[in-house]
Design a protein around this ligand. Structure first.
Ligand code: G2I
Length: 470
């Protein structure tokens, strides 16, 4: 979360300064995290839990209108730990009239997600499509100003609630040019994309800022190379970009290709995170879904996958049946393939030196978690729970709680603000009003549950407050 220089629009530090920062950060990481890299296959039972155990997320697009559908929310709440609003954060939804912002539907999604420990990807701040009517008819400096104001207002409104923004969506042309798509925004000047990133950075310095596009999966395609060159240029000039989203809508005309992994790793080598942001595959072949997940898992900076809908009937391409659940909510073969690939894949390495500028904020003032001794809570009603530190990354850490003395248990865990739990597995969580106290109930997955805590600068170990048998 804090990888970028907060609010810092200066060019990056010179080579010497940068080397010193990187070495210091690498030493800190090595000293605190070397012991925790899981190397064996795990047995997570949901997409989100299995991804979180590996330091990644598994998300889905959500439509606010479907949140009243119980079958839909049952799968959403069980399987996913990241949510993207399918349409509700687009420009036409959030600023339907100039200067009048409307966040109701977006907030419904954000609140649903965050109250259940899921994170939110923001989609999208600036796009040639889905503009409100008033913006579609604008041009020149008035449009540039209106776009920047939109970016500023929306990113400010959701500051602290959105972990990553698709700042700019789909700005490159299809075909062989490798250049920008013509649009009213492009006609305001070629620097509109970096202007949008700088505005988003100023409004929400802690969010990851992403460029997102489709048909950028094939490494040999001109469009892929065009985006790559832009990102390389942005990194070289200190434009605040943290991540690149690959929509990855695969179909018979635009199929999955085996150089996809090369694409992901080549972008990652520029010093950005890469994420698969809108995955769907015509016909949902299990083997292709497996390959996509394996490709992401093979790239340490591929830190999350989002599918573009839950059931086939929720898809913008319903007739292609491209998703992981069929229309009655049953898991398809592709689901099993994805889950297995998540469980069999490697965790994000914790000891690799960062490839981009590390935090400029003060280092943590509290001691980082260590493995021993585990926290033993005061005896509760017939059970006890011990918390152990697990994998630690640059911005978050996992904890594992082992319960003994009961099979139907309820364990209360507290994190220290501004920490936030971003994912859980092998239990049913609920939250107090502050969101800092989690009650985890057994859900038949055994006596060991886990969770991911976003540190937000504070590395205090979470506390087990009680264990109650029921
Ligand atoms: O087109 C697929 C995706 C490509 N990448 C960017 C994404 O933002 C995009 O999502 C789709 C949504 O899945 C659709 O749901 O974006 C479309 C609009 O560009 C969305 O379609 C719109 C329809 O155009 C509207 O008529 C409809 O009112 O969905 C709206 C809500 O159902």
């Amino acid at each position: 979360m804090t990888e970028r220089c907060h609010g810092d629009t200066r060019p990056p530090a010179g080579p010497r300064a940068r080397t010193a920062i990187v070495l210091a950060a690498a030493a800190l990481l090595a000293a605190t995290s070397a012991a925790f890299l899981p190397t064996t296959a795990s047995a997570g039972t949901t997409l989100g839990a299995s991804a979180a155990e590996k330091g990644r997320y598994f998300g889905t697009a959500v439509a606010a209108s479907r949140l009243s559908d119980n079958a839909y929310t049952t799968i959403l709440n069980r399987e996913f730990n990241m949510v993207t609003a399918e349409n509700e954060m687009k420009m036409n939804a959030t600023e339907p009239q100039q200067g009048r912002f409307s966040y109701g539907a977006a907030e419904q999604i954000v609140n649903h997600a965050r109250s259940r420990g899921m994170s939110v990807r923001g989609h999208t701040l600036a796009w040639h499509s889905q503009q409100p009517g008033w913006m579609e008819s604008m041009s020149g400096s008035a449009l540039r100003q209106a776009m920047l104001n939109h970016v500023t207002q929306v990113a400010t409104h959701f500051r602290g609630q959105v972990v990553a923004w698709d700042v700019v969506n789909e700005a490159f042309a299809d075909g062989s040019s490798g250049g920008r798509r013509d649009s009213n925004l492009q006609r305001t000047g070629n620097d509109w994309i970096e202007a949008a990133f700088r505005a988003a950075d100023a409004a929400d310095p802690n969010a990851k800022l992403c460029y997102n596009d489709y048909n950028t999966d094939n490494w040999t395609h001109a469009k892929t190379q065009g985006v790559y060159n832009m990102v390389r240029d942005f990194k070289a000039r200190g434009v605040p970009i943290d991540c690149v989203g690959f929509q990855s809508h695969f179909n018979n005309n635009s199929p999955y290709v085996s150089n996809y992994r090369t694409t992901l790793s080549s972008f990652a080598a520029l010093g950005v995170d890469v994420q698969i942001t809108e995955l769907d595959i015509q016909g949902a072949p299990a083997n292709t879904y497996r390959s996509v997940v394996e490709d992401c898992m093979a790239v340490p900076r591929c830190n999350g996958i989002t599918v573009w809908g839950i059931r086939d009937s929720d898809s913008w391409l319903a007739s292609q049946t491209p998703l992981l659940f069929n229309s009655n909510g049953s898991k398809k073969a592709a689901y099993d393939a994805v889950l297995a690939a998540l469980n069999n894949g490697p965790a994000v390495p914790t000891t690799a030196p960062p490839t981009s500028v590390p935090p400029t904020t003060a280092p943590p003032t509290t001691a980082p978690p260590t493995t021993a001794p585990p926290t033993t809570p005061p005896p509760g009603g017939g059970c006890s729970a011990t918390l152990q530190d697990s994998t630690r990354w640059g911005d978050r850490f996992n904890s594992q709680v082992t319960v003994s003395g009961a099979s139907n248990w309820s364990v209360v865990v507290a994190v220290t603000p501004p920490q936030k739990v971003s994912a859980t597995w092998n239990g049913s969580p609920s939250w107090d009003g502050s969101g800092n106290v989690m009650t985890m109930r057994s859900n038949g997955s055994g006596n060991v549950f886990g969770f991911t805590t976003m540190a937000n600068g504070n590395w205090t170990r979470p506390q087990v407050l009680s264990c109650t048998a029921s």
